[in-house]
Design a protein around this ligand. Sequence first.
Ligand SMILES: Cc1cc2nc3c(=O)[nH]c(=O)nc-3n(C[C@H](O)[C@H](O)[C@H](O)COP(=O)(O)OP(=O)(O)OC[C@H]3O[C@@H](n4cnc5c(N)ncnc54)[C@H](O)[C@@H]3O)c2cc1C
Length: 385
Amino acid sequence: MTADLVVRAREFARSRLLGREDYFDGLPAVPTPLSAELHRAGLANWWLPVSHGGAGAPLTTGIDLVSELAYGDAGFAFASFLPVLGTTMLHCFGEPALAAKHLGMMAREGGSCAILVSEDEAGSELARNTTVYHRKGEDVVISGDKQFSTNTDGADFLLVVARSAEDPSLHSVVLVKRDTPGIEIVRRWDMQGMRGSGTYQVRLRDCVIPADNVLEGNGLRILEAGLNASRTLIAATAIGISRRIRDLAMEYAVHKRVKGAPLAENAVFAAKLGQIEMLIDVMRNQCLAAAARFDSLLAAPDPAAALYRTGATREALAAKMYCGQAGWTVATMGSELFGGLGYTNGHPVTKLVRDLRYVGLVEGGDDVIRDLLYSRYVAPSGRRR
Ligand SMILES: Cc1cc2nc3c(=O)[nH]c(=O)nc-3n(C[C@H](O)[C@H](O)[C@H](O)COP(=O)(O)OP(=O)(O)OC[C@H]3O[C@@H](n4cnc5c(N)ncnc54)[C@H](O)[C@@H]3O)c2cc1C
């Protein structure tokens, strides 16, 4: 059943995404009509629990599914799976009626949610974030400026990380409906890659939200729980991009002649393609390990407690950093394979190189991931954070 999702994702990518590089690279209005098509094909929000009307596919299935979509366009794939971060937080830590309402809607209608964490001044030091909420009767009022947020404009609801005015040491995740007065899209960023997705700068001013929309627990810890899923799928986009680079190289090498023979018969070329295949295989295996760990936490008798206790898993951190680096190696090797053509705008590999770069940046650059791996899993146990 879930293996069928991967087959359908492959067909969708080949028939609807592939060969449309100019469209996706042109910063199209998002969500594109293809998002609605993805929902009709049963491929949107595939991870949502069966109890909320979703397909309930495990993250392990998501690795190949995302790889297939990213093979067609990584930006489109990213926009389609990033809500897994918000829905995981909502499913595990949201008030049950709130979760049922919003997750059920996403399963039925294929909508999306956005996550608003990053701020300009605080950077990756999320504890320095300044977006704030305060209690006002049965409501909370939230204000702040968020630097980057993907999907926000077309989302149905936003999950905003904000600090409590009453207890400044407490950061919470607050569900804010997109149509709440006080939300302003300041701009859509003109990103270098992943242009099939939309990432925005967002201002929130005095947004009044029911107090029940504040998720239970420390928001930064809840965020870490959800990031295990999205970081793993971000890593999986590197697999799809790398597979596409490999296949483009093979197509090219059949026609390109070097020393009187097709490039495909050249030993140097063969060695490079062998190296690329090894990197693709190890990327996939690390992503599957990270996904299996996440699936096992979600299958625990009390998944919220298991995820909260664990925080950022070693496997997801390693997957994102490894795939960013290995994918980048594939991208640079791959672009060189096309000679000067691989450096020209309009050649597919040029876009693939730009798209790939995001893996090592989003949801923590490599310095942040190294720091997390060290401080959580390597430092002497008494000094672990
Ligand atoms: C395409 C795209 C989509 C995005 N979507 C979203 C979204 O939906 N929601 C959202 O909230 N954000 C989003 N972001 C933001 C993204 O997650 C951050 O940009 C990323 O985590 C890096 O954080 P930063 O920009 O604050 O830079 P920083 O992490 O602050 O990095 C700036 C510099 O500080 C260094 N640095 C930071 N921490 C450390 C450390 N611990 N040790 C050593 N050096 C360090 C870095 O290496 C770098 O040199 C998106 C970004 C992009 C590019």
